[in-house]
Design a protein around this ligand. Structure first.
Ligand code: SF4
Ligand code: FES
Length: 258
């Protein structure tokens, strides 16, 4: 297969970026979009040109490292599919494919298609954990969790932190990501000790990072490769309101973690 690939090139964070068009040939239908970029990079390297910088790690949809806007859609046109799992057979032979980085102020471009998503790490560090000493594995059924609740928590825990929800949102809101991370703990007994502190701190950190507010566009849910539901955002709002009512040390939390 043969493609015209229109790629965003930007030498560094402060450099002026622009689209450059390359022609690639000999692409197999079963190759992923990232493998197509690998092939293009080999050609560029042979020509002595700077290869296109992009992120990837697992290349099997589990790490959340990859993430590009392909033909205007975060992770490309296939539903519930990461960029690394997007196969070239889903594009027409001879087509022009436009590839650009996730665009959002809190995700500054480092180079070409690579963006800095450390804002997500700082949100997680603000409260996305449980602080119990886990010790050795408890006996089965010693901590009772109803199956439907465990499944809901598992659905939320499927978030891979890729940031497509931010890139797809007209407000650059991180609400789907943050709500999934809050929900995965809020539903389970192990998440209860820090339940209020967690949601207050994570939401405060999300705001400090400059992400926009959710105004229910639901573009995040459509772009999410893991099918995370916006039901999580509703739960985050409930959790936040509840925590404000029951967590007496609110003022202290607002002053901490800056
Ligand atoms: S909610 Fe979905 S789109 Fe957002 S970071 Fe998690 S997996 Fe990616
Ligand atoms: S490279 Fe890990 S999810 Fe795509």
């Amino acid at each position: 297969m043969k493609f015209n690939v229109k790629v965003w090139r930007q030498a560094g964070p402060n450099a002026k970026g622009e689209f450059k068009t390359y022609s690639v040939d000999g692409i197999l239908p079963e190759m992923s979009l990232l493998e197509m970029l690998d092939a293009l990079n080999e050609t560029l390297a042979k020509r002595g040109e700077d290869p296109i910088a992009f992120d990837s790690d697992c290349r099997e949809g589990i790490c959340g490292t990859c993430g590009l806007v392909v033909n205007g859609m975060a992770h490309g046109p296939r539903l519930k599919c990461t960029t690394c799992e997007l196969r070239m057979r889903h594009f027409e032979d001879g087509a022009t494919i436009t590839i650009e980085p996730f665009r959002a102020k809190p995700f500054p471009i480092i180079k070409d298609l690579v963006v800095d998503r450390s804002a997500f790490d700082r949100i997680m560090a603000a409260g996305g954990y449980i602080s119990v000493n886990t010790g050795s594995a408890p006996d089965a059924n010693s901590v009772l969790v109803p199956k439907d609740v465990a499944e809901k928590a598992m659905d939320s825990a499927a978030c891979i932190g890729c940031g497509a929800c931010v890139a797809a949102c007209p407000n650059a809101s991180a609400s789907l990501f943050v709500s999934a991370k809050i929900t995965q703990f809020a539903l389970l007994p192990q998440g209860q000790p820090e339940r209020e502190r967690r949601v207050l701190r994570m939401v405060d950190q999300m705001d400090r990072e400059g992400f926009g507010n959710c105004s229910n566009h639901a573009e995040c849910e459509a772009a999410c490769p893991k099918g995370i539901s916006i039901e999580n955002i509703a739960r985050m709002r409930r959790e936040y309101m509840r925590a404000q009512l029951v967590y007496e040390e609110r003022a202290e939390v607002a002053g901490a973690g800056g």
